[in-house]
Design a protein around this ligand. Sequence first.
Ligand SMILES: [Zn+2]
Length: 243
Amino acid sequence: MGQYASRGYYDHERKIHSEAYGTGVYDEDAPKILRKLAKHWGLKEPSIRWYSNWGSGSASSWKNELRLSHNPSMGLVIHEFAHLLHAKARGSSSLHSDNKHVKELSEALFRIQNRGTSHHGLHFDVVLNRVHVYAKSKGYWKPQLDKWQTKREEDIRKKKDEKAKEFVAKAYPHLREVVAEKIEKTKAEIEKKEAAKARYAKKLQYYQKLYGTKTKKANRSIAALKRALSRYEAQSQENVEGM
Ligand SMILES: [Zn+2]
């Protein structure tokens, strides 16, 4: 943040803008957030120099560069960007800026009599609050951060899948041929079974017809035999009565 502010200043800022300080930003997303901020105020997109994990940062307006610790909070990114915007807006040329947001901000700053000399005076607070109001209106880009995170996870998953495939291909160089062979073999087996099924259907038809005829013949014989049987039985009854 800069070496001029007291501990109390930061604590105060963190309390007021707790949402921003509670929102983590991945290193690769920080330039995207800065691009959005710079575009809004018509600033040139600053470059980033990464260092350590101390949760601190600094800004160089003449280099148009921010120093940020890795995985910064949204609050830190905004704070350091506010320094660049502050540097731009306090210049008298900014009163005639093409960017209406910068122009309006400059007019507000020039109305403040006691600008203070430190980096974190009343002057800076005005700028910082403007940046927060804008960022907050965009929900601190939380949904966007989530989308980027989802995409990042998808990319990682895809990469893992590709690596796994590569590993298998390397470990089993003939796997492709083995699988291709299995496919061919299975297809041939299916074809064989289909042909057998067609043969069975034909046989079924033939035997259905054959045994259908046999059954009809048997039925006719049974009927004839039953008629004969009842005749014989009648005859035997007559003979008994005639004796
Ligand atoms: Zn600072």
